[in-house]
Design a protein around this ligand. Structure first.
Ligand code: ADP
Ligand code: MG
Length: 217
């Protein structure tokens, strides 16, 4: 039932996105706008394309398809692009984002899903943090695995709360959906990864994800 419902919601999101993107594409061609503004339109179009892809992905949650091809992904590159996007969000609440990513960390994964995973985890870290608290992201190789840690000094969670993570619609936020971690757990499982939460109420949370490292081409 939940799979059906999310697929229906994802489907409904697509239509307004298509309309907004259509207007942006028109404005992008409009000589009335200067280049710097047009660049922003392009950024918005790119983001809407991501929305499209994520909603399509949601649609495929109920019926897995083979379109979501995995490829060799540079973890540092993806982390930088994701933190670039979340940065403005974090800046609103003055949360410094600190990224430490080793070079040559590669995993075999669909890049859109990987981005979606990181985005959800980092967003949760920001949302759990009070004004001015830092968020640290570390990516490094550990033997055959690539390990990514996202650390916050936010609200933290009790053992019971940690156990509820990933349950559809479990959210303690007034405006939360409780779907983010369900999707994350799904992606991690799909690529035989691991996700692990360590958290202390009132102190903060560290979430660690781990995937097999890829060397090949
Ligand atoms: P949403 O963010 O929409 O609430 P999620 O599935 O992303 O849904 O997260 C579910 C719940 O897990 C959140 O509402 C929050 O209570 C808790 N949570 C997730 N990440 C953290 C974190 N880093 N620190 C504290 N609580 C968290
Ligand atoms: Mg969330």
């Amino acid at each position: 039932m939940i799979a059906h419902l999310t697929a229906a919601v994802a489907h409904e999101i697509r239509n307004p996105v298509t309309v907004v993107r259509g207007f942006l594409q028109l404005y992008r061609e409009d000589p009335a706008f200067d280049d710097p503004i047009k660049n922003k339109f392009q950024l918005m179009i790119d983001e809407l394309n991501t929305v499209e892809q994520i909603t399509s992905q949601f649609l495929t949650l109920s019926k897995p398809n083979q379109d979501q091809k995995p490829e060799k992904v540079d973890v540092k590159d993806v982390l930088q692009s994701v933190t670039g996007l979340v940065c403005s969000y974090a800046m609103l609440s003055d949360n410094q984002m600190d990224i430490e990513a080793e070079e040559d960390c590669f995993i075999f994964i669909n890049p859109i899903e990987f981005k979606q995973l990181l985005m959800n985890l980092i967003k949760n870290a920001v949302e759990a943090s009070n004004m001015g608290k830092p968020i640290k992201v570390i990516a490094k190789r550990n033997h055959h695995y690539i390990e990514i840690k996202i650390m916050d000094e936010g609200t933290g969670m009790s053992e019971d709360e940690i156990r509820s993570l990933g349950t559809p619609f479990y959210s303690l936020k007034s405006n939360g959906t409780g779907l983010g971690l369900m999707i994350c757990f799904n992606i991690v499982e799909k690529y035989d990864g691991e996700i692990n939460y360590e958290s202390v109420k009132g102190i903060g949370t560290t979430v660690t994800i781990r995937f097999l490292a890829t060397d090949g081409e």
